[in-house]
Design a protein around this ligand. Structure first.
Ligand SMILES: [Zn+2]
Length: 179
């Protein structure tokens, strides 16, 4: 994935509005007209109003041509039946902006079917909810003579060759599921 920058355009789905507590760092976001019509919850509406008010979010109609292409792709990949109308409009809008403006577009969504369809259409996406820390730091010792790595950080010299040990920090996956 390329780096995001101030030119990056975000397309939000309903889940993004529901969980976007930090309001991310985006300056320019869009939601599809159909998504706006589907906003039911008080909190999502509030977030929506706040973003519109600060001019960081705009409502944009989806062009039929791009919707058709998205539906076609959804059918090909077998995702069609699992996608709601607004899901399709969200991806179609991202597809449309990417083609029309030629800028980097990221769909903010926690919906797996939308994420899948984005993958198939080569549209970048990002989850909204914080997933916690994925890497945990651990200490280990490396022998400066034989190179053996020791997880037991209580020892002072290498049990094999008697060499000096050097402490280093490593980062390990904490086992949480990614993406
Ligand atoms: Zn050693």
């Amino acid at each position: 994935m390329e780096e995001e920058n101030s030119e990056t355009i975000y397309v939000l789905d309903t889940s993004a509005l529901a969980f976007i507590n930090s309001l991310k760092g985006f300056r320019r976001g869009y939601i599809a007209e159909e998504t706006k019509k589907e906003l039911r919850h008080f909190k999502t509406k509030l977030v929506f109003e706040a973003l519109i008010h600060s001019q960081r979010l705009q409502v944009k109609p989806v062009n039929k041509k791009f919707l058709k292409e998205t539906v076609k792709k959804a059918n090909e990949t077998g995702e069609y039946l699992r996608l709601s109308k607004t899901d399709l409009y969200t991806v179609a809008l991202a597809h449309q902006i990417k083609k029309e403006e030629g800028k980097k577009v990221i769909v903010l969504t926690d919906d797996y079917t939308i994420q899948n369809l984005c993958e198939h259409m080569e549209i970048d996406w990002k989850p909204v909810k914080e997933r916690g820390i994925r890497k945990v730091a651990k200490w280990e010792l490396k022998c400066t003579s034989c190179g053996k790595i020791w997880r037991n950080t209580e020892i002072e010299i290498c049990p094999i060759c008697g060499g000096k040990l050097k402490k280093r920090m490593i980062f390990q996956d904490n086992g949480e599921t990614k993406k």
